[in-house]
Design a protein around this ligand. Structure first.
Ligand code: K7E
Ligand code: CUA
Length: 616
């Protein structure tokens, strides 16, 4: 392998740097300022005048904030935070009954990779999915309402689905590969039994095309390695998924060193159509209610191919002809020719077998090794075969071209980019135009705010030969990945449709009422500018209280909140929406409730009293 000769010293350097706690080569101190002509050009390209809309939506993961950020491109204005895995008192997410149930008892998630639904390999603007790396879950956000509508999991047998979520070209499935290996059946095993008793997995989730609802479909048992990222094939490679591995050393301690020993790890190529067939043919075992396929017992599903040391991202080109592995601990990005890969599989051109998985001959399928830079993590695509790779260690974005396989331009970013996101970058027809570097460190780029800084997004104009940074904005931790979709593909509703069949909803003051059944009190109320009805809720200490509240203000952007003093309760009702809250009236006394979301000139008058009569 070409890279074998020369990357070793560099890798040692990187590891030594990591051990010394100094992974970032970029020097401290203010970055070079832009020239006045660069500033003028940037203003011209990135400024969105007040009242005008951005050309694109960017959906960015919120990392361990558990949220998703909606950002306009090119302005980089944050338009909305969509709460997904963590409570959000601003919207009442995690407080009302529906969203409390969605969160399933967890108070956070680690959201890494949003994936927009696709039709024929193109973003269709229906749904966006995202993983929870911490709690084995995935969420679906409906882009009609921008609300999280479903969360599934924790899914048994998998642990830390980091390599997720990646939709197939018609959103038949999305894939979730695990970062961690654990005993797959959920049992207790000592780490000494790691090699025999621990496993990784790839989880396929099927998606209902009408509702976007997710169902665990099947799981593929994988070796006790770590899996980093995946991508779905398209065009000629449709039906396949690609998954990067690290820690093929099968280390259990000090992975920093012990998982960085092998010269190469693997990219796994998974024939998901064959896996689907194996399930139909009954070639699976049921474990904790999940259909688990063991590739050793169902051959023809999983193949491995060598990849430069501990690869991070794997990305399929827009035409589906190549899959590209990003070296991380090697300075190269390897492009594999899918057609040759398929031939090698057919010809059984294997060099090895590892844990029952055939290893395809690297030299037969490798199309090119692109010297991208130090610490390449992720690659995105533009028009005309241009590719953009983020180099974490050297803080650059490298532009190269499919077929030419060499770097044509580099731009320094600030600092240490993780993922990047190109306009319509994961589709069969990327737009080019914009690339957003999702930089892990901001350091001196914004007003200082103490020892820790926000992350830093930088917008790069990729239209010309030379890449040019034209905008930047801080962002809370932590965008891992983002997808950028044309704004006109998304058509959100303006108000909730009046649901006459919802038994909890009422639409007039006359229907407002309080019902009592033993110690259970149910309130059917309305919120309308600028009052609640009823505005007196009288209960007894210890009562179980349910409040259904409908916002009958069918007017865009007139949202009401409902907070009760000292009861740790706040939720919202958007126009036409009904929400429900349940609690025990365990504190006697007088507690005002009020509208928390400024809605009218008489918003301050929008209040009432909850009277909790003390027990005798
Ligand atoms: Cu941050 Cu995709 Cu989780 Cu790379 S991952 S950077
Ligand atoms: Cu309703 Cu403020």
């Amino acid at each position: 392998m070409k890279f074998g000769k020369w990357y070793v010293p560099m890798v040692i350097g990187i590891i030594a740097g990591m051990v010394a706690g100094n992974i970032v080569i970029q020097p401290d101190g203010p970055a070079p300022t832009m020239s006045s002509s660069q500033i003028a050009s940037a203003q011209n390209k990135a400024f969105v005048p007040p009242g005008q809309h951005d050309e694109y939506y960017m959906f960015s993961s919120g990392g361990h904030s558990g949220q998703m950020f909606v950002i306009g491109v090119p302005s980089l204005r944050r338009i909305r935070t969509i709460p997904v895995f963590s409570p959000d008192s601003a919207t009442g997410y995690g407080y009302d009954e529906r969203t409390k149930e969605l969160m399933g008892g967890f108070t956070w998630g680690d959201a890494h990779h949003p994936s927009l639904s696709e039709t024929n390999g193109d973003y269709d603007g229906r749904f966006v999915f995202i993983n929870d790396n911490a709690n084995n879950r995935a969420a679906m956000i409906n882009l009609k309402t921008f609300h999280t509508e479903q969360i599934i999991g924790p899914i048994p047998n998998i642990m830390g689905p980091h390599s997720a979520v990646f939709v197939t070209p018609n959103t038949e499935y999305f894939m979730m590969g695990t970062r961690f290996s654990v005993p797959m059946d959920g049992s207790y095993k000592e780490l000494e039994q790691y090699k025999e008793s621990y496993n990784g997995a790839l989880q396929a989730i099927s998606v209902d095309q009408k509702t976007g609802h997710m169902t665990p479909a099947w799981q593929l048992k994988l070796p006790p390695w770590n899996f980093d990222l995946s991508d779905a094939g398209k065009g000629p490679s449709d039906g396949w998924a690609f998954l990067t591995t690290y820690n093929t050393e099968e280390a259990t301690h000090l992975l920093e060193v012990n998982a960085s020993k092998n010269e190469t790890d693997y990219i796994l190529a998974i024939n998901w159509k064959a896996a689907e067939q194996a399930v139909k043919d009954g070639k699976f075992e049921e474990v904790n209610g999940q259909k688990v396929i063991d590739p050793e017992k169902a051959p023809g599903i999983v193949y491995a191919v060598a990849a430069a040391k501990s690869p991070h991202g794997v990305d399929v080109t827009p035409d589906g002809k190549y899959f590209v592995g990003n070296g991380k601990l090697s300075p190269i990005v390897t492009a594999y020719d899918f057609e040759k890969f398929k031939q090698a599989v057919e010809n059984k051109d294997f060099t090895d077998e590892v844990r029952g998985i055939p290893v395809v001959n690297y030299n037969s399928v490798m199309a090119a090794e692109v010297e991208a830079g130090l610490g390449p993590l992720h690659t995105q695509f533009g028009t005309d075969g241009y590719a953009y790779t983020t180099n974490f260690v050297e803080s650059t974005v490298a532009k190269w071209k499919i077929g030419e396989w060499k770097v044509l331009d580099k731009v320094t970013v600030h600092y240490s980019p993780g993922h990047g996101s190109a306009a319509e970058g994961d589709t069969v027809s990327p737009d080019g135009k914009y690339f957003v570097a999702l930089n892990k460190l901001a350091k001196d780029r914004h007003l200082p705010v103490g020892p820790s800084h926000p992350e830093n997004m930088q917008l790069i104009d990729i239209e010309g030969d030379k890449m040019e940074i034209i905008n930047e904005a801080p962002i809370d931790p932590e965008p891992h990945y983002a997808q950028i979709i044309k704004a006109d593909k998304i058509n959100p509703v303006k108000i909730y449709e009046k649901d006459e069949n919802n038994p909890d909803a009422i639409w007039s003051e006359e229907d407002a009422r309080i019902e009592r059944n033993g110690n259970k009190v149910t309130v059917y109320g309305i919120a309308v500018r600028s009052r609640f009805y009823p505005d007196e809720i009288k209960v007894n200490e210890g009562d179980e209280v349910t409040i259904h509240l409908t916002n009958i203000d069918l007017d865009q952007d007139i949202t009401h909140g409902f907070g009760i003093n000292l009861y740790d309760i706040n939720f919202e009702v958007q126009p036409g929406q009904t929400n429900t809250i349940k609690f025990k009236a365990d504190k006697p006394g007088v507690f005002p409730f009020y509208c928390t979301n400024f809605c009218s000139a008489l918003h301050q008058e929008m209040q009432g009293y909850m009277l909790v009569k003390p027990k005798e």
